[in-house]
Design a protein around this ligand. Structure first.
Ligand code: GLU
Length: 296
């Protein structure tokens, strides 16, 4: 049987809360190998202090993970190389629209759900002028170009969901990548945006089981498309329900009392938290037990 490589990929932009604990325990239980990855490409929001704290919290929970841990901000060259490849294949274009322009366009659109953004490269002369003027731009994936490149395979893109989407989606599902429109792959200032970094890392790290909250279920479409365009393998997915805070809302930074550190300071034990989250109080899988025992 193929070895299952599962990952937990937090962004160190705050302290971990119960939702993160749930995600990490799910991944650790599902994988023969368990990887933690630090997703810190958004350097304005991420802090080393939160990174150190999250390792402490995960260790407190009783988890063991592989080292060295990959930190995205140390590997921008890998993302640039992937972007270059897409660029060479004519699959991306520069978008100079500002946030205000994009909001204005969507406000003028007919009412209804906000349509995904679909655009195109500017005429060469205008693009050259704006580049020369130093105007910031983002790289967007062209869904139209991707469709033309893949032909019938575009509509056949699919994935295996082992957990569940927000509406209980499970099993082999259609990826439907056009739903997201022309997503941003590299932002102004930052060398890379979320979707591109994630598919590059999952492939480089041999991740074949992506575990994360169901709020990221919609991301699979674009990610499967990028994997296909970059000739990367398709992992399986396990989306889990989002844990809600005591007020019935998603955890946010304001819920300081709900962070794992606050729970710990309040006397909660890892065993109590594991059982509250529905995980057995021993390792949740033979693979996890083996890791915890320090076996190679
Ligand atoms: N870094 C993302 C987050 O903390 C998760 C990305 C993923 O699992 O694909 O929400």
């Amino acid at each position: 049987m193929t070895e299952r490589v599962a990952r937990f990929a937090p962004s160190p932009s705050g302290y971990l809360h119960r939702g993160h604990a749930y995600s990490a325990l799910t991944a650790a239980g599902a994988g023969d190998r368990f990887i933690v990855r630090i997703e810190d490409i958004d350097t304005a929001r991420c802090r080393r202090e939160f990174e150190a704290a999250l390792f402490e919290d995960l260790a407190w929970l009783g988890l063991r993970w592989e080292t060295p841990v990959r930190r995205q901000s140390d590997h921008t060259g890998d993302y640039q190389a992937a972007l270059e490849r897409l660029r060479g294949a004519g699959l991306v274009y520069r978008c100079f629209k500002t946030r205000a322009e994009l909001m204005d366009e969507s406000a003028r659109a007919p009412h209804g759900p906000v349509a995904p953004y679909i655009g195109s490269a500017l005429p060469a002369a205008e693009e050259a002028r704006r580049l020369a003027a130093g105007e910031p731009f983002a790289w967007r994936l062209s869904i139209g170009a991707a469709k033309a490149r893949l032909g019938a395979a575009f509509d056949q893109l699919d994935f295996v969901e082992e957990g569940g989407g927000p509406n209980g989606e499970h099993g082999r599902l259609s990826a439907a990548p056009e739903a997201a429109g022309d997503v941003i792959l590299a932002r102004k200032g930052l060398g890379v945006a979320y979707h591109l970094a994630v598919v590059v890392d999952d492939a480089l790290q041999g991740v074949n089981l992506v575990v994360r909250g169901a709020d990221l279920f919609e991301a699979v479409g674009v990610q499967r498309l990028l994997q296909t365009l970059l000739d990367l393998p398709a992992p399986a997915y396990h989306h889990h329900p989002i844990r809600l805070g005591p007020d019935g809302k998603r955890y946010a930074k304001r819920d300081r009392a709900e962070t794992l550190r606050a729970l710990r300071a309040g006397g909660m034990t890892p065993a109590a938290l594991r059982s509250e989250l529905g995980f057995p109080n021993r390792a949740s899988s033979p693979a996890e037990a083996k890791r915890n025992a320090g076996d190679p």
